[in-house]
Design a protein around this ligand. Structure first.
Ligand code: C2E
Ligand code: CA
Ligand code: CA
Ligand code: CA
Length: 281
């Protein structure tokens, strides 16, 4: 038993070391990933649950690594967040996503997504020149500010209440819309909601996943929808995977939805094909 324990320990040790090495390697390579053009954006459709029409898209970053293939953001965003690399990466995403949106307005006409949603990290939100950067990108592409949604999480706002809220107010003064991402996973109480300068609530997919099994979730979601309506907020249900979930959400009058049921995040060309097929249905 003792020797196998040792063997186990050694295996564990190896993995830890390997993980640390991989971490360092990725951090180093991430530094040049932008220059080497290895970052790509996938766009996931957000659909109107009432009309069935495409509403917008969310920009989600991926890293096309020369050796490891496609790396998902959960793997490298946390590494980027440890340094100022995250700021470079997100500035790149913001620029590219806006450029892409403007291209789609020209190429897809009335089938084009009405807005593009971009995720922000805490570091980026609190960056002093953040608001100016957003203003610069909007001006660069002559993009109507209302077509850009910036997604922040409740924990990001809660951690730095005053500064966070002030920043969001400045952004909204530009005309940009603010989404609260992953709503329901943080610790803000419903009574705080009216203090946040936001336009959209994105209800986390754990809510949607539990709708069928846990009765209380439907009641809770109904309460959130009523509250959102009173506060003039739109609601996006995240992570819709089944027809059943869609029907339930429609019966609760949820306005917008996103999830694999409609489409996975798609690279630009696939999104264009999706848009054409989607409108032919
Ligand atoms: P998120 O903002 O909550 O994005 C939604 C995630 O849920 C995406 O994962 C998407 O692929 C996944 N998803 C969408 N529909 C479904 C569904 O029906 N079922 C399931 N199981 N999953 C679904 P992804 O693309 O891996 O992104 C993960 C997270 O990485 C994002 O979560 C976001 O927090 C972060 N992220 C992505 N791009 C950026 C970025 O440019 N900046 C920052 N700061 N974070 C980013
Ligand atoms: Ca998001
Ligand atoms: Ca989310
Ligand atoms: Ca998330």
């Amino acid at each position: 038993a003792k020797s196998s324990g040792k063997a186990c320990y050694r295996v564990f040790d190896e993995t830890m070391r390997e993980r640390a090495e991989l971490h360092m390697q990725l951090e180093e390579q991430l530094n040049v990933a932008i220059e080497r053009d290895e970052l790509v954006i996938a766009y996931q459709p957000i659909v109107s649950l009432t009309s069935g029409q495409l509403d917008g898209v969310e920009a989600l970053i991926r890293w096309q690594h020369p050796d490891y293939g496609l790396i998902m953001p959960d793997r490298f965003i946390p590494i980027a967040e440890e340094s100022d690399l995250i700021i470079q990466i997100e500035s790149w995403v913001l620029d590219r996503a806006c450029q892409q949106w403007v291209d789609w307005q020209k190429n897809l006409g009335d089938k084009a997504p009405k807005c593009v949603h971009v995720n922000l990290s805490r570091k980026q939100l609190l960056l002093p020149e953040m608001v100016q950067r957003v203003a610069d990108v909007l001006a660069k592409y002559r993009m109507p500010p209302g077509s850009l949604h910036l997604e922040v999480t409740e924990s990001m706002i809660m951690e730095e209440m005053e500064t966070g809220i002030a920043k969001l107010k400045e952004l909204r003064q530009l005309g940009v819309r603010i989404d609260m991402d992953d709503f329901g996973t943080g610790h803000s109480s419903l009574s705080c909601l009216h203090e946040f300068p936001i336009d959209v609530l994105k209800v986390d997919r754990s809510f949607v996943a539990n709708l069928k099994n846990v009765k209380d979730y439907a009641a809770l979601l109904e309460a959130v929808l009523v509250l959102a309506d009173n506060l003039g907020l739109k609601v996006v249900a995240e992570g819709i995977e089944t027809k059943e979930q869609l029907v339930l959400l429609q019966s609760l009058d949820c306005e917008l939805g996103q999830g694999y049921f409609f489409a996975k995040p798609l690279f630009a060309e696939d999104l264009e094909n999706f848009v054409h097929d989607f409108h032919q249905r």
